[in-house]
Design a protein around this ligand. Structure first.
Ligand code: XBP
Ligand code: MG
Length: 253
């Protein structure tokens, strides 16, 4: 089976967006609305168990704020807070404040040169993806991805496999033609649920997650002068993940 396409998660995989991007944007939106909800770095790590910003806010109230009395229009209020948070996050990303992770640009360029097709499969809001790509990967780079599957286009977010099914269907490809890139247990459950071989690159929030079933688990994709570390999976050919390595993972059992 030939490797034809790469499907990328965004948050935690393309860039470390959560701790210093989404989290402060949520906190700013809460403060602007006069709410005493504040998510510190540790609490946010716990809240990441639930994907999707609106879903995460509801989970926070349910699990951590038994004192909070929900107004009748709670769903509407959460939706408004989330719109405000998205504006704040997009402003931050538009200032180029969220860099791509090591090796991401290098591997994307190599993959394009090798004729691999590219797509995004994420639970975050679509405008967050396009702003991040335009300002951190570079102008016009959203065109590198033939499908950007994001947010509420599917009813069930990761760990459900729906967003991957959606992206595969839009590309007219089978899971067996592709390799997925994820950083979290919820993301891996989603990609494996769609039948995709998956390369995991970890970050501080996901180091301790259960990555059983991943084709490989690495620190990051690596740069020539900043080698990637392998946690599980086939040995790397050198300091970095390259297309030849992706083909090895795609062939693996
Ligand atoms: C990302 C998410 C998102 C972001 C926030 O998960 O769960 O909810 O944290 O973005 P994954 P929104 O990397 O598995 O896709 O507020 O736009 O949902
Ligand atoms: Mg992720």
């Amino acid at each position: 089976m030939t490797l034809r396409a790469l499907l990328f998660d965004v948050d935690g995989t393309l860039a470390d967006t959560e701790r210093d991007g989404h989290r402060p944007a949520f906190n700013q939106a809460f403060a602007d609305a006069g709410l005493d909800w504040q998510w510190d770095v540790d609490l946010y790590g716990k809240l990441l168990a639930v994907t999707g910003g609106k879903e995460r806010m509801k989970h926070y109230i349910e699990a951590f704020r038994p004192d909070y009395r929900r107004p009748d229009n709670f769903d509407e209020m959460v939706a408004k807070l989330h719109q405000a948070k998205t504006r704040i996050y997009a402003d931050l990303a538009a200032r180029g404040g969220i860099p791509m992770r090591p090796g991401v640009r290098r591997l994307l360029e190599e993959a394009r040169a090798a004729g691999l097709r590219l797509a995004i499969a994420t639970t975050t809001t679509p405008e967050n993806v396009t702003v991040l790509l335009e300002h951190s990967l570079g102008p016009g780079t959203q065109e590198w991805f033939e499908v950007i599957a994001a947010g509420d286009v599917v009813p069930a977010k990761k760990p459900a496999p729906d967003i991957y099914h959606y992206a595969l269907e839009a590309m007219g490809l089978a899971a067996a033609d592709c390799l997925a890139f994820e950083d979290s247990e919820n993301g891996l459950r989603a990609s494996l649920g769609a039948g995709l071989k998956t390369l995991v690159t970890v970050n501080d929030y996901t180091l301790d997650h259960d990555f059983s079933g991943a084709a490989a688990v690495l620190s990051d994709l690596g740069e020539p002068e900043a080698p990637a570390r392998r946690l599980t999976g086939p040995a790397l050919p050198g300091p970095c993940v390259d297309v030849a390595y992706l083909k090895t993972l795609h062939r693996s059992q």
